[in-house]
Design a protein around this ligand. Structure first.
Ligand SMILES: [Zn+2]
Length: 91
């Protein structure tokens, strides 16, 4: 099974990092954040056996996770400053 290890890391880290933020966390905004972060992070495809634990994927790229966090935080800041959702109850 071919997966983008960086995408898996973003999927796991984005909700964790969002906990620290008091910004909109609707599906639209979270998906925008994910798209922006992933567009700024080079894909890292790995061939993994089915059922491989994320922990193991993560351990393959330990030096990259800090860089990925930075890109995720940039995406959170960008989207929360300019949310694209149609929320009339903003604030
Ligand atoms: Zn939103």
């Amino acid at each position: 099974m071919l997966i983008n290890a960086n995408e898996e890391i973003v999927k796991q880290r984005l909700p964790e990092l969002l906990r620290e933020y008091d910004c909109c966390k609707c599906e639209k905004c979270v998906n925008d954040m994910m798209a922006i972060a992933l567009n700024n992070i080079k894909p890292a495809y790995v061939n993994t056996a089915e059922g491989m634990l994320f922990k193991r994927i993560n351990s393959m790229l330990p030096q990259k996770t800090a860089d990925i966090d930075i890109e995720i935080l940039k995406a959170i800041n960008l989207v929360s400053a300019n949310p694209k959702h149609n929320d009339s109850n903003a604030g």
